[in-house]
Design a protein around this ligand. Structure first.
Ligand code: A2P
Length: 274
C-alpha cells in the first residue's frame, strides 16, 4: 500500500484520500496544468477554496486530466469573511458553478473569524454567525451538492459550537500543521473525536526546506526535506496538503513510503522552527 492510495475513514461513513494536493497561492491560470500534473502523478484529492480564486482553474485541470468524477475528491471552502446564511449560500452556489464538477466532496468553513480578526486578541467569537453558515452548508449537504462538511482553522470551542448546535457533525478540521508547528491541543481534541486533521502548509510554506537539522535528517533517509516533512505529518495521523506548481516537486511529494524511526519522530516533535 502507498500513502497516496490509502484513505482515512470519515465519521459520516465516507472516506478521504490520505494525501491531498494543495492549491493555495496557485494562480487560476496555473491551476489547470498543476492539477492535471497532480492527477497524472496519482493524487486523487485536490484542495481549493473560494478565496484562492482558482476554483475554475482546478475544475478545468480535472476535466483535462480525464479522471472520472467519482475517482477524485475535491474540497473547497466558504470564505472566512462570509458569516451569514445568505452569504454562505451564495458562496456555495458560486463554488459549484466555478468548479463545474457537479458536486463538492468536502466543504469547509475557511476560518472561524474573518481574516483581519483571526489573530487579534479579544476579537468576537462569531459562534452564532458560524452556525448560520453551517446551516447553509447543511442545506447544500441535504440537496446532495456537497457530500461531507468540515471546518478549517477552528479551535476546540469553535468546533464544539458546531457539534453541539448543528445537525451534521464536522468530519475534518484543516489547520496549519508542520514540523515545529503541530497545534497539540486542537489536534488531540480532533483525533480523539474522530475528526480528521488536515495539515496545510506541511512544508511550512517552503520555509522548512533549508532548515539544517531537517536537511541532515533527510540525507540519512535518502529523501528530500519536503518528503521528510510530508512523511512526518502522515506519521502524526494527519492528512498533508502539499502545494507545488512544479511537475518534479508535484511528483516527488507523492514518494513518501518510507518510515521515520520513533527516535527521529521525537526529534522532529521537539524541533522549534524560527
Ligand atoms: P512551488 O509552488 O513553486 O512549486 P506548503 O505546501 O507547505 O504550503 O509549501 C509550498 C511551497 O513549497 C511552495 O513554495 C512550493 O514551491 C514549495 N515546494 C513544494 N514541494 C517542494 C519540493 N518537493 N521541493 C522544494 N520545494 C517544494
Amino acid at each position: 500500500m502507498s500513502a497516496l492510495t490509502e484513505h482515512f475513514r470519515l465519521t459520516d461513513g465516507r472516506s478521504i484520500p490520505k494525501i491531498g494536493f494543495g492549491t493555495w497561492q496557485t494562480p487560476d491560470d496555473v491551476a489547470p496544468e498543476a492539477v492535471r500534473t497532480a492527477i497524472e502523478a496519482g493524487y486523487t484529492h485536490i484542495d481549493t477554496a473560494r478565496a484562492y480564486e482558482n476554483e475554475a482553474g482546478v475544475g478545468t485541470g480535472l476535466r483535462a486530466a480525464g479522471i472520472a468524477r467519482e475517482h477524485v475528491f475535491v474540497t473547497t471552502k466558504v470564505p472566512a469573511q462570509f458569516k451569514s446564511y445568505d452569504e454562505a449560500k451564495a458562496a456555495i452556489d458560486t463554488s459549484l458553478k466555478e468548479l463545474d464538477l457537479g458536486y463538492i466532496d468536502l466543504l469547509l468553513i475557511h476560518a472561524p473569524k474573518p481574516w483581519p480578526q483571526m489573530f487579534t486578541d479579544g476579537a468576537p467569537r462569531y459562534f452564532d454567525e458560524n452556525l448560520d453558515v453551517w446551516l447553509a452548508m447543511e442545506k447544500a449537504y441535504a440537496r446532495g451538492d456537497v457530500r461531507s462538511l468540515g471546518v478549517s482553522n477552528f479551535d476546540v470551542a469553535d468546533i464544539q459550537n458546531i457539534t453541539s448546535r448543528g445537525d451534521v457533525a464536522p468530519v475534518v478540521n484543516q489547520i496549519r500543521f508542520h514540523v515545529g508547528h503541530t497545534q497539540p491541543a486542537v489536534t488531540a481534541y480532533c483525533q480523539s473525536h474522530g475528526i480528521v486533521v488536515e495539515a496545510y502548509s506541511p512544508l511550512g510554506t517552503g520555509k522548512l526546506l533549508g532548515q539544517p537539522d531537517l536537511v541532515a535528517m533527510a540525507a540519512r533517509y535518502d529523501v528530500s526535506v519536503a518528503q521528510l516533512c510530508i512523511r512526518y505529518t502522515l506519521q502524526k495521523d494527519t492528512l498533508p496538503l502539499p502545494k507545488s506548481t512544479h511537475a518534479e516537486f508535484i511528483r516527488a511529494n507523492t514518494q513518501v513510503d518510507f518510515l521515520i524511526a520513533d527516535a527521529d519522530m521525537a526529534t522532529l516533535d521537539a524541533l522549534t522552527v524560527s
